[in-house]
Ligand binder design. Structure first.
Ligand code: NAD
Length: 484
């Protein structure tokens, strides 16, 4: 197979030689073969990227000073350039992280342009000034301003969609961005940079600096950065929050999860199975909001365990580029080891493995683990408490709704979740009591119009919706005197 190799970095609106000869090599988690390479950004490259973003932001005639409609017109061209590369973007993501191709086409190929258009429109429609009649006389005139240079750090699991949760509102608001993709998924980020260059984004508005955690930490701490937007693990999020706390630097954190799907006693199991797949095993179990705890009423526990076991067994495991594949490999050998460690822990703590737990016998290469279901455990089990980030479910029984709610809320995390019932209002009422940033009824979709984010160890702040735009804006109040 031919590899995809880049030799330059996208900095300051142009492809430029990197400061060092270090490279990042990417391999396919399905074949374990090399698929491409890019230069690794060094501290000097970050300095150049931040300086370029700073210049672009501070230019009095530059990006941040443009009318929102002017930025929207250019972001529309960017969206079109992305769309013309959508199939290749999906293919590259699938090649690098094992995401099933049909999912990559939706999340990675399609969603970025949707987000660019949503935020361009939102910004164009937003009133430039809000005036509030003062309680103490006078008027408060309130305006919003782009926050400045954004340091964006993203993970490998859904790399392009997560990138655009940050890029789309930041660019629409008039910020400039230095983006650090994860080392596992760089080839899609470089294709995205090609789209930005083809669209003619002004120099310095977007800069891409691939690297590992040290480079991420260097960017987060850089004196030229005004705001940090991070998606990744809770452990890294805590370190980044410490840095930003010391610097008093605004921050948005989208972190880990251990969400619960609550199946009520009147759930139509048969009709729900396809959607249940979408909230449990999607992307090989590597999505932060997945419902990896399934809470089942005791009256229907055996039936639900059997249905989920059958579901797990029915999923085609294999080549992520095959459109029939439902479960691809985990992203790396290290991630598979971690997942297998949790499976061993689940067994040693006495949970009953109903299916999976092993590598598929028919696949010779790749970091695959069969979809796995644990039953006969309670919410104190390690596999029910910690984020596994693999296709592993825990099915936990409950006696009544009060106990279901208590179990759902007994978690360090609070990011996603779902409630399943024939009675939508009954489910919605229970859903509203779950301590979580988002939760679905009989399905789960991150709709662009609504805020997405977590409580507790799942993060700080919100992406999506107008709130996702406000995260890249400062407020300024001018007090006008009475009778002005
Ligand atoms: P990770 O935290 O190891 O890495 C994420 C990114 O942060 C990578 O680009 C990495 O290089 C960088 N990084 C790591 N440590 C850093 C540091 N100290 N300073 C600066 N940058 C640093 O996470 P991962 O294993 O790549 O991703 C999986 C995790 O991401 C899971 O916990 C998952 O739940 C979480 N996630 C959350 C969301 C969300 O929206 N809440 C979405 C996707 C993934």
């Amino acid at each position: 197979m031919t590899t995809i190799d880049y030799h330059e970095l996208y900095l300051d609106g142009a492809w430029q030689n990197p400061a060092t000869g270090d490279t990042i090599t990417v391999s396919s988690p399905a074949t374990e073969q090399t698929v491409g390479s890019v230069p690794a950004a060094s501290a000097q490259d970050i300095d150049r990227a931040v300086a370029a973003a700073r210049r672009a932001f501070d230019d009095p005639q530059g990006w941040s000073s443009w009318h929102p409609k002017q930025r929207a017109a250019l972001l529309e061209i960017f969206a079109v350039e992305l769309e013309s590369r959508a199939a290749e973007t999906a293919r590259r993501v699938s090649l690098q992280n094992g995401m099933p191709i049909w999912l990559a086409e939706q999340f990675e190929g399609g969603f970025p342009a949707v987000l660019l258009r949503y935020y361009s429109q939102l910004m164009s429609d937003a009133p430039a000034v809000e005036e509030r009649a003062g309680m103490l006389g006078g008027t408060a005139r309130i305006t919003r301003h782009p926050v400045g240079v954004v340091g964006a750090v993203v993970p490998w699991n859904v790399p392009q969609a997560i990138t655009f949760l940050k890029l789309a509102p930041a660019l629409a608001a008039g910020c400039t961005v230095v983006l650090k993709p994860a080392e596992e998924t760089v080839l899609d980020a470089f294709l995205m940079a090609e789209a930005a260059a083809a669209a003619g984004l002004p120099a310095g508005v977007l800069n891409v600096v691939p690297g590992g955690r040290d480079i991420g930490a260097y960017l987060v701490e850089h004196p030229g950065v005004d705001k940090v937007s991070f998606t990744g693990s809770t452990a890294a999020g805590r370190k980044i929050a410490e840095t930003c706390g010391r610097l008093l630097r605004p921050i948005t954190l989208e972190l880990g999860g251990k969400s619960a799907a609550i199946l009520l006693d009147d759930v139509d199991l048969e009709a729900s199975l396809e959607s249940l797949f979408g909230v449990t095993f999607l992307n090989n179990g590597q999505i932060c909001w997945l419902n990896t705890r399934v809470l089942a009423p005791r009256s229907r526990y055996g039936e639900i365990v059997d249905a989920l076991t059958d579901l797990a067994r029915s999923l085609k495991v294999g080549d992520p580029l095959d459109p029939e594949t439902k479960i691809g490999p985990l992203v790396s050998a290290r991630q598979r080891e971690r997942v297998e460690g949790y499976i061993a822990k689940g067994r040693s703590e006495g949970a009953r493995l109903t299916t999976g737990g092993v590598r598929p016998a028919d696949l010779e290469s790749g970091y695959f683990v069969e979809p796995t279901v644990f039953a006969d455990l309670d919410n104190t089990a390690t596999v029910a408490r910690e984020e596994i980030f693999g296709p592993v479910l825990s099915v936990i029984p409950f006696a009544d709704e009060a106990e279901a709610l208590a179990i759902a809320n007994d978690s360090d995390y609070g990011l996603g979740g779902s409630v399943w019932s024939a009675d939508i209002e009954r489910a919605a009422e229970l859903a509203a009591r779950v301590q979580s940033g988002t939760i679905g009824v009989n399905h789960y979709t991150n709709d662009p119009v609504a805020p997405f984010g977590g409580v507790k160890s799942s993060g700080l702040g919100r992406e999506l919706g107008p709130e996702g735009l406000h995260a890249f804006q400062h407020l300024r109040t001018v007090y006008l005197p009475p009778n002005a």
